[in-house]
Design a protein around this ligand. Sequence first.
Ligand code: IFM
Length: 437
Amino acid sequence: MPDFPTGFRWGVSTSAYQIEGATTVDGRGPSIWDTFAREPGRIVDGSTGDEACDHYHRHAEDTALLAGLGVSAYRFSIAWPRVQPTGAGPAHAAGLDFYDRLVDGLLAAGVDPVATLFHWDLPQALEDAGGWLNRDTAARFAEYADLTAARLGDRVKLWITLNEPFIHMSLGHGIGTHAPGRMLLFDAFPVAHHQLLGHGLAVAALRARTTSPVAIANNYSPVRQVGDTDADRAAAQAYDALHNRLFTDPLLGRGYPDAPGLDPAVVRDGDLDVLATPIDVLGVNYYNPTGIRAPEEGSPLPFEMVPLDGYPRTAFDWPVAPDGLRELLLQLHERYGDALPPVQVTESGCAYDDVPDAQGRVDDPERIAYLDGHLRAVHEAITAGVPVTGYFVWSLLDNWEWAEGFTKRFGLVHVDYPTQRRTPKSSYAWFRDLARR
Ligand code: IFM
C-alpha cells in the first residue's frame, strides 16, 4: 500500500440503531425503526435492533477494540430519541450521559469522536406528525443539534448532520423497504428538501456551539450507462441527478439539478441559501456503481437498474468495484471544482458470510482485498489532486443491517449475537497494521 499524506484520518463507522440495543433503557423514546422492525415481513429474519450488539452496555469493550485497532477516529451516531424521547422539548440528560461516557472513553483511548446526528432513527412522535414530509421536522432537527452540541460540542472532533439522506428518502419514503415504510415514489421529494433544510439549520446551530468542523455524509454511486441510445443516456442522466446531485448541488451553491420528482413548490424563498450554508468536509459513502438503461415502456420510473457484469460480488450481491470509488472522487472534483470542500470517505466496506473456524478464528481475505482495492483507489484520487483527508471502514462490528436484520456481516470484528462475544477478524489485524503505519 502506498503512503498516505500525514494527518490522513483512519477510522471506522457504526450507527446507533445498528449496534446500541437498549432501546427502552434510560428513558429512550421509540424511533421509526422500532416501529417498522415490528411490522410483519419488514425484516428478512424477523429480528429487531432491540439488542443489536448491546453496545450501550459494552461500549468500554468496544472502545478497547478501537484502541487496539489504532484508528485515529471513530464515527458513531447519536440516537435522537435518546436526546429527545418525543423529538421535542429539553434535552433528556440520561440519554446524553451515554454519549458523554462514550466520548470521554474515546478521547482517553486517543481516538477522535466523530458524531453523526441523524442515521435514520427519527423519534416516532415526529413521524406521527408527518416526519420529514413535514417542514417543521427541519426546525426540530436544528433544535436537537443545538441540545446535543451544548453537551458534547467541546469534545466531538467532527460533526456530521445527516447520514445518506438519499437512502432515507428513496428506501424509506420512495419504495418503502426502510422505515418509515412509505411508498411515495417521486412524491417523496419533500423528504429530500426538508432533510437538507434541517441540515443547513443544524450547521448554523452547531457553529454557534462548537469550533469543530461540520459535514454531511452523502451516499454516491457512479452511473454505468448500459446501452447507447438517447433514451439510455437520458435514463443515466436522470439517475445521476437523483442519486449523485440532488443532495450535493444545493449544498455547494448550485441549487437543485433537474432531477425526477423535484417539486419547486416545496422550496420556499431563502431556502436555497440555508441549504448552501458552508460545510467544512463532504462525507462520501461509497459501496458500488449502478448500471442504468432506459426503462421499459409504461414503467413508473425514468430509468431501469441493471446488474453490472464482470465484477466479483459481496454477500449482498453488490459488485466489488474499487475503480468506481476513484471515478466518483474524480467526478466530484471535476464537477464542483473549488466549491468542493475536503472529502472524507465516511463509509466503505463489504458484507461476507464470515464464520469462525474450529479454533474460533475468523479469516476474511475477501474483505482485506476489498479494503486494499478501495484504499488504493483513494490514493490514486489523492495523487490526481482530489482533496481526500480520511477513510472510515464500514463497520467496526458486525451489526443489525436494517431490512436484512442480522443476515449481513460488515464488521472488522465478528459478533456472535447470542453471546455478544467479539472476535477480531483477520481484516482487523490487516487494517490495524495499515492504520498504525
Ligand atoms: O449499514 C449501512 C449503513 O447504515 C448506511 N450505509 C450503508 C451500510 C451498508 O448497507
